[in-house]
Design a protein around this ligand. Structure first.
Ligand SMILES: Nc1nc2c(c(=O)[nH]1)N[C@H]1C(S)=C(S)[C@@H](COP(=O)(O)O)O[C@H]1N2
Ligand SMILES: [Mo]
Length: 508
């Protein structure tokens, strides 16, 4: 009987979420309680836990968040069910408390009362179901649950029937809500038909040795499907080109708003830029190199005319995320772009369709706003952005770094000639040297791939005659200012990890 009460609580909670998904078809996906609460958890997770999650689960961090939330929800709902009685509605009150909480958060996410409706209507349905199921269980408790022939009693059958009905309804409503909501807002079909304009001058082909094509070495260009994804968006924002616009305002001579058609009247450029995440640990893979098609931000900003005392551009995404970029980095002649294309395609939805920022030399959290809709010209002493409010540095220049791609892993390698290879970056300064050190020996120069741009990484290769035993391999990059990357080991918080990548390897 206790088990049935627990199951009743869980099914009633599923009904809350299912019905809420259905209501959210009309009020917007970001008002569904599962998403609204999840997004709030993301916004308030302490730095330490967040970094641990990103480093441990990488790009699966969102799935892990939903699984954790699901486990917590099942436990709370089961307890609520176990405690609920017809005469003592503890479970219903618990549902009510969480319902009101989710309603407030949902209203906040959507910016209006309609955002509260999924949680409120869903919770009402859940409480009705919990009351109804509890009434049947209480009634059933008076008889033994089985008759003499071992058949489930009528009372027990009524309980099980009620649970099954509520469960089917919950799943049906949830699926219908997801499908209808998805169909209503999905822009992937639109994306498939978007025709990208050609760049002013097509990018020249890559020089022959830009990609050394060594087995196990990261290719020079990262494909869209291989490109890392980092953002706080639990649901990928769906922004159609019809509804998209970019407002440039704040400390400017004249505020301007650009529509997609306004962009079409301009000519884009195409540039290679290596994007990196400040959360990339030493030897991590939160870095990628793509061909970006977009409009020069210095030109767009000049149309609005930034005031002389402005020093920051606060960019805002469709979902409210913000980044604070030094105005100088957008106007000093580097290829800072309002990008609409990635590797010859419209931006993938996850990478900011229809438009995002790409700024060479700066970590993504201070520059690479996806689904961007607003640029506010302002000052660092007036405005703060999403991550700087959470303890990260206001300035985020990318630190010179190296990654060892091969050999990888804990396995043994045979003795003899071994290729050690990796990538090196010092965006907007340029990589001039990579050196490799074996077992605290002298630093030896590695061979570099041909430099394509100071804004992109370079591959490096070092041929090593591996001798039996255990060896430690380190690598370091020097940028065009002659500064080698620091040996000092520092964690990713507050402005990016430092230290040499180190590989310990067994040679048989
Ligand atoms: N809207 C939005 N844009 C965002 C973020 C985000 O959370 N929301 N994260 C930034 C961070 S921290 C990085 S490293 C880059 C990653 O871009 P990518 O996912 O296309 O690789 O996007 C940036 N742009
Ligand atoms: Mo990032």
């Amino acid at each position: 009987m206790a088990l049935l009460r627990v199951v009743a609580g869980i099914v009633a909670a599923a009904l809350v979420l299912g019905v809420a998904e259905l209501v959210a078809v009309f009020t917007g996906a970001s008002s569904a309680p599962a998403y609204a609460l999840g997004a709030t958890v993301v916004d308030h997770t302490p730095d330490g836990i967040r970094e641990w999650a990103i480093q441990t689960f990488g790009t699966n961090d969102k799935a892990v968040l939903f699984v954790c939330m699901g486990v917590v929800a099942v436990v709370i709902a089961g307890l609520a069910g176990a405690l609920e009685r017809v005469s003592r509605p503890i479970g219903s009150i618990t549902f009510g408390v969480f319902g009101v909480l989710a309603a407030v958060v949902g209203a906040g996410r959507v910016g209006g009362f309609s955002g509260a409706l999924p949680a409120l209507i869903g919770t009402a349905a859940g409480i009705l179901a919990l009351r109804g199921l509890t009434r049947r269980i209480d009634a059933d408790q008076s008889d033994a649950g089985e008759d003499e022939t071992g058949q489930a009693s009528t009372g027990r059958r009524r309980v099980l029937g009620g649970i099954a009905a509520a469960g089917v309804f919950a799943v049906g409503a949830g699926l219908a809500g997801r499908l209808l909501g998805g169909a209503r807002t999905d822009v992937s079909t639109e994306r498939a038909t978007v025709e990208l304009p050609g760049p002013a001058t097509p990018l020249p082909g890559l020089p022959p040795d830009a990609d050394l094509r060594v087995p196990g070495l990261t290719p020079y260009l990262t494909s869209n499907s291989e490109f890392y994804r980092i953002d706080t968006a639990l649901i990928v924002p769906q922004v159609s080109t019809d509804s998209w616009s970019l407002r440039i305002h704040g400390m400017v001579d004249r505020e301007i708003t650009l529509s997609w058609d306004d962009l079409a009247r301009r000519t884009p450029v195409e540039k290679l830029v290596t994007l990196a995440c400040v959360s990339n640990p030493i030897n991590g893979d939160l870095i990628g190199n793509a061909r970006w098609l977009g409009y020069r931000l210095d030109e767009l900003l000049a149309e609005a005319g930034p005031l002389p005392d402005a020093d920051m551009v606060l960019s805002t995404s469709k979902d409210g995320w913000t980044a604070g970029t030094p105005l100088a980095a957008l106007t000093d002649g580097r290829d800072a772009l309002l990008a609409i294309g990635m590797n010859g395609e419209p931006l993938p939805l996850q990478h900011g369709y229809p438009a995002r920022l790409v700024v060479p030399g700066l970590y993504g959290y201070v520059s690479a706003t996806k689904w961007v809709t607003e640029l506010e010209v302002t000052r660092f002493d007036k405005a703060t952005a999403y991550w700087t409010r959470r303890g990260w540095s206001a300035q985020g220049p990318i630190k010179t770094g190296t990654r060892i791609d091969t050999p990888r892993g804990r396995g043994r390698i045979p003795q003899g000639r071994t290729t050690i290879a990796g990538v090196a970056w010092a965006q907007h300064r340029g990589v001039t040297a990579v050196e490799v050190q074996i077992d605290n020996g002298d630093w030896q120069p590695a061979r570099l791939s041909t430099e394509v741009s100071i804004d992109t990484w370079r591959q490096w290769v070092y041929d090593w005659d591996a001798t039996p035993g255990q060896h430690t391999i380190r690598a370091r990059t020097t940028d065009s200012t002659g500064t080698p990357q620091t040996a000092l080991q520092q964690d990713v918080i507050p402005d990016g990890a430092t230290g040499y990548p180190t590989l310990t390897i067994q040679v048989a």
